[in-house]
Write a protein that binds this ligand. Structure first.
Ligand code: FAD
Length: 383
């Protein structure tokens, strides 16, 4: 892999860094306290082209390769994980799935809206009773003439209360396992669909997270994405790339933690000089630096594999597992460097730790990624 960025990739990273410094970082604490980012940020993300990365220009996307997507995602994650998550879901899981699997009508209808920020998408896979074991989901779609009628519930859906469209996964026949799952594009204002905000999250407090309940929600046959029974493939291919995006966001958290720790260690004085001169503080900082580098390189490798058409699912699990654990370690170490000041939200590191914590849980917990990596290496499933 060529680790030197092209002029276009460097320019995209600079653009994202400037955007975050101007539009995101100054408000991150306020949004965290208010439990809501300003919705206007979605339009701004769309105008800058960040909601259309890798989506073909003919559908309103801003094209670009996956490394560019990773670079931009890292910068967003460095500024605010709630904002990063909006992009990772609306673009990464929903728009990219429509671009890959959708009908021509679905692409023409939804992609220009999603990439411009006029509409927001959410990804409805997890249910109250099925998280890691997603293939056993119980939301059901039954054929009724030319329509499908959907009943069930979804849990922890990012962008849930904001979204205009749900990429929803439902069982369309009784075959056990994944073969009976299909994917649908359900407009969020469909009669019978109710959404309830999940409050009290430890982190990602600026982001809307919702429970969705579907009671007799009727959609036309044309709302199905990919052929009937292919829904689990849609979900898994979305998540394989989505995990790269989570990993990139984690690199951003880890880098932000490192930057904050280095700056504070130079300013804070104890025992007659800056705490940076104490070897144990330098150990905290150097461990963080190693984690940041390793997580970034693993994440770039996934993008490189995708851009070169190579297999990337296991590499994506490796990057997500490592980067999410590294983000937690780095944010925790930065808090240690800040001492008591790290524990109050006037300083940024406590929020970094709270935001980082969920990264080892969603889009596959750390345990699930270990099982995926173990299965790829041994050929034996331990699920
Ligand atoms: P469980 O699956 O019940 O797991 C509980 C524990 O058991 C974990 O430690 C897990 O690792 C362990 N475990 C489970 N099975 C095994 C096994 N076979 N071997 C070893 N250990 C095991 N979902 C969506 O569909 N869309 C979203 O947009 C979305 N956004 C989210 C946002 C937030 C803030 C959160 C918290 C969650 C979100 N999720 C979303 C759901 C997320 O993907 C799930 O929480 C995750 O998959 C874990 O499922 P669970 O919470 O039911 O935990």
């Amino acid at each position: 892999m060529d680790l030197e960025l092209s002029p276009e990739q460097s320019a995209a990273r600079r653009l994202a860094r400037d955007f975050v410094e101007r539009e995101v970082a100054p408000y991150a604490t306020e949004w965290d306290r208010a439990e809501a980012v300003d919705r206007g940020i979605v339009r701004k993300l769309g105008e800058t082209g960040f909601l259309g990365l890798t989506v073909p220009e003919e559908y309103g996307g801003s094209a670009g390769d996956h490394l560019t997507y990773v670079l931009v995602t890292e910068e967003l994650g460095r500024g605010d994980s709630s904002v990063r998550g909006i992009v990772s879901v609306s673009l990464g899981l929903v728009a990219k799935s429509i671009a890959a699997w959708g009908s021509e009508d679905q692409k023409r209808h939804w992609l220009p809206r999603l990439t411009s920020g006029e509409a927001v998408g959410c990804f409805g896979l997890t249910e109250p009773g099925t998280g890691s074991d997603a293939a056993n989901l119980t939301t059901r779609a039954v054929r009724d003439g030319g329509d499908w009628v959907i009943d069930g519930a979804k849990m922890f859906i990012t962008n849930g209360t904001w979204a205009d469209v749900v990429l929803l996964f439902a069982r369309t026949n009784d075959t056990p396992g994944h073969k009976g799952v299909s994917a649908f594009l359900v407009p969020a204002d469909a009669p019978g669909l109710t959404r309830r905000e999940v409050h009290g999250k430890l982190g990602l407090r600026g982001q809307a997270t919702a429970e969705l309940v579907l009671e007799g929600v009727r959609v036309p046959a044309s709302a199905m994405v990919a052929p009937e029974g292919k829904g689990f493939s849609v979900a898994m291919s979305a998540l394989a790339k989505g995990r790269m995006s989570v990993a990139a966001g984690c690199v951003g958290i880890a880098q932000a933690a490192l930057d904050a720790a280095v700056a504070y260690a130079g300013e804070r004085e104890q025992f007659g000089g800056p705490i940076a001169r104490h070897q144990l503080v330098q150990e905290l900082i150097s461990d963080m630096a190693v984690d940041v580098d390793a997580a970034r390189l693993l994440t770039w490798r996934v993008a490189d594999h995708i851009d070169r058409g190579l297999p990337f699912a296991t590499e994506s699990s490796v990057a997500k597992l490592y980067a999410s654990e590294a983000a937690v370690r780095c944010a925790n170490a930065a808090l240690q460097v800040f001492g008591g000041y790290g524990y109050i939200d006037e300083y940024p590191v406590g929020k970094l730790l709270r935001d980082a914590r969920v990264m080892t849980l969603y889009e596959g917990t750390s345990q699930i990624h270990k099982l995926l990596i173990g299965r790829a290496l041994t050929g034996v499933s331990a699920f």
